[in-house]
Write a protein that binds this ligand. Structure first.
Ligand code: NDP
Length: 273
């Protein structure tokens, strides 16, 4: 019997999730059918319900449904609760269980795949949207020395920093307040790169950095990564590793087997030029 899983989003035509999960299933010998569903903007809950009725066991959730999926859940893990959003659902009888693996996927990619420990690191995170919100708990669990959040709408960064202050050393400031600050790891968690824009981060903030990480993936050298390259940052990375690692976490949650991610990341990596 083939177990059914899916990713739901809108639009969904460019999703890489069926390819990633198909690859995980092949190498781990799991018999699953994983497909992409274009969710209706007005009837997301009905689409999830229809998939459950058809025997679906779990779903990845992508934009713009992460908040609606969170609201639909009957149970939520702390990571999802704090993020206020979910990117993975598991269906067990009447239960709809929600988790959020974006942050843990990002943390694994930075530490395990790229080899940059977060413990003791001075971190600068640009943006305060859904992806950053999901990453803060996993980041702070690694005990960085300092985590500075900056956002175009400064109040959003300040609210997030206040919400997560109990979990570690997180503070917010404006882009204009970064002069004189130095960081080991700078992460672009804004969506600016999707429009080929550069968040207004001063180049000095990248001067000591050993890693510049762009959450967007498949875009090559984005304006942020180009700025980092010009500042002499020795390691540049995009979010393809995060994408594959979060998928692997969902796969383990659903199937109880951990797939190897390295070969999948390698075949999806686009050169940063
Ligand atoms: P959201 O829409 O929730 O948040 C967008 C953030 O970007 C906000 O903080 C916004 O600031 C900021 N922003 C947008 N444009 C600019 C700009 N021109 N200059 C400065 N700041 C800007 O998006 P998400 O958090 O969902 O996604 C953020 C990025 O992460 C995207 O590139 C997305 O593709 C990527 N992502 C990657 C994943 C992966 O697996 N690799 C998974 C999830 C996301 P303001 O609040 O002021 O509007």
């Amino acid at each position: 019997m083939t177990d059914k899983y899916a990713v739901i989003g809108n639009p969904i035509n460019h999703t890489k999730s069926p390819m990633i999960h198909g690859s995980f299933a092949r190498v781990t010998g799991q018999n699953i059918d994983y497909r992409a569903i274009e969710g209706s903007l007005d009837h997301f809950a009905d689409d999830v319900q229809a998939f459950r009725k058809a025997g679906g066991l779990g779903m990845n959730v992508t934009a713009p449904f992460k908040l609606q999926a969170f609201a639909l859940a009957t149970e939520r893990f702390e990571r999802a609760e704090l993020a206020g959003a979910t990117n993975a659902l598991k269906f067990e009888g009447d239960r709809i269980i929600a988790d959020n693996f974006d942050g843990v996927g990002l943390t694994s990619d930075i530490q395990r795949n790229l080899g940059f420990p977060l413990k003791g690191a001075r971190m600068l995170v640009l943006g305060s949207g859904g992806a950053v919100r999901g990453a803060l708990l996993p980041f702070l669990a690694q005990q960085p020395a300092d985590l500075v959040l900056v956002n175009r709408s400064e109040a959003k960064a300040a609210d997030l920093a206040a919400q997560f202050a109990a979990y570690g050393p997180v503070r917010a400031c404006g882009y204009g307040d970064l002069a004189g600050e130095r960081f080991d790891i700078v992460i672009n968690g804004t969506s600016a790169s999707l429009k080929a824009e550069l968040p207004p981060v001063p180049v000095e903030a990248l001067q000591d950095a050993k890693l510049a990480y762009e959450l967007a993936y498949g875009k090559g050298l984005t304006p942020f990564l180009r700025l980092a390259q010009n500042a002499g940052v020795p390691k540049l990375a995009d979010g393809v590793g995060m994408l594959v690692e979060q998928a692997a976490e969902a796969f383990v949650w659903w199937r109880g087997v951990r797939p190897d991610t390295r070969s999948v990341i390698a075949c999806m990596t686009v050169p940063l030029v």
